[in-house]
Design a protein. Structure first.
Length: 290
């Protein structure tokens, strides 16, 4: 059975979220709806919906007009074995001492590395994206400089690869959170696959809004590999949750956005330690003022 996608863009977040919410009542009922900031620095957002039967063009046009969106582009999505596709194209990644791989590459793990198993079906946050790799490199560099994380949080954890990296090299437990319950389930599965149960706790939360996260503050290291907008929104909570002298590792930032994020965090009480670029993405390491 074919699947259909309907995609549009809007100028601002509020309109995009309102349209995405309204799409939940669309007929035929979508099998999935997404709302994402377009990562080009424009502030525009994309709304996408997926259907098991072709949606009505006239109704989509009305929805777009009501919410000020561009006309929907409807496409038939070809059936693809995505797991097989990713396994074929996704090669292991080395980031400092970390080696991120799928089970199909278990025989390629080099001696002396810290292996992190992420299955191909869970490709978001595998280390192949410049943001994840940048965060792992920053973690490795902090550890080699003598820093030891004793209370670590991974906010917006995705697959929890960053939380697992910290738990794999330091003895103390790590807490990981994500707003998406599916991502939390993926994180829990990855933690189990890497033998880190009891070392990494995974919770569903928006930012720091969870009693387990509040109970464990203040943190000496916080990861947040998300997007510019949420990172800026989180700056006050980051400052309140980071211990004096503690570090934050931030990514999901386009190179053109890094100055703005750095400025916001500097005003919130952090100082810049390092700034690294991998392709179009920047990773920032900042330290909370004493």
């Amino acid at each position: 059975m074919p699947t259909y996608s309907a995609l549009t863009t809007l100028a601002d977040k509020d309109s995009a979220e309102a349209l995405a919410e309204a799409m939940e009542n669309f007929l035929p009922e979508p099998t999935g709806i997404g709302c994402f900031e377009i990562e080009d620095g424009s502030g525009r957002h994309e709304v996408g919906a997926y259907f098991e039967e072709e949606p009505n063009d006239i109704e989509l046009a009305l929805m777009a007009a009501i919410y000020g969106a561009k006309p929907f582009v409807v496409s038939e999505v070809p059936e693809t074995d995505w797991v097989a596709h990713v396994r074929r194209d996704l090669q292991p990644v080395e980031a400092g001492r970390f080696f991120v791989y799928g089970s199909h590459d278990a025989d390629k793990v080099p001696e002396g590395t810290v292996p992190l198993l992420i299955e191909a079906a869970m490709a978001f946050g595998t280390g192949h994206h410049g943001t994840t790799k940048g965060c792992l490199l920053a973690l490795d560099r902090l550890d080699r400089a003598g820093f030891r994380g004793r209370n670590v949080a991974d906010i917006g954890c995705g697959t929890a690869v960053l939380a697992m990296g910290a738990a794999a090299i330091w003895p103390d437990a790590v807490i990981a959170s994500d707003i998406d319950p599916v991502a939390v389930d993926v994180a829990v599965a990855n933690v189990a696959a890497n033998g880190l149960e009891g070392r990494v706790t995974c919770v569903e939360a928006m930012g720091f809004a969870h009693p387990d996260l509040a109970a464990r503050a203040l943190y000496d290291l916080i990861f947040a590999n998300i997007l510019k907008g949420p990172l800026i929104d989180l700056a006050p909570d980051m400052a309140a949750s980071a211990a004096p002298g503690g570090y934050v590792i931030l990514s999901g930032i386009l190179n053109s956005q890094a100055d703005e994020v750095t400025s916001v965090y500097t005003k919130a009480g952090f100082c810049l330690v390092s700034r690294d670029e991998i392709t179009e993405w920047t990773t920032l390491v900042l330290r909370r003022d004493q």
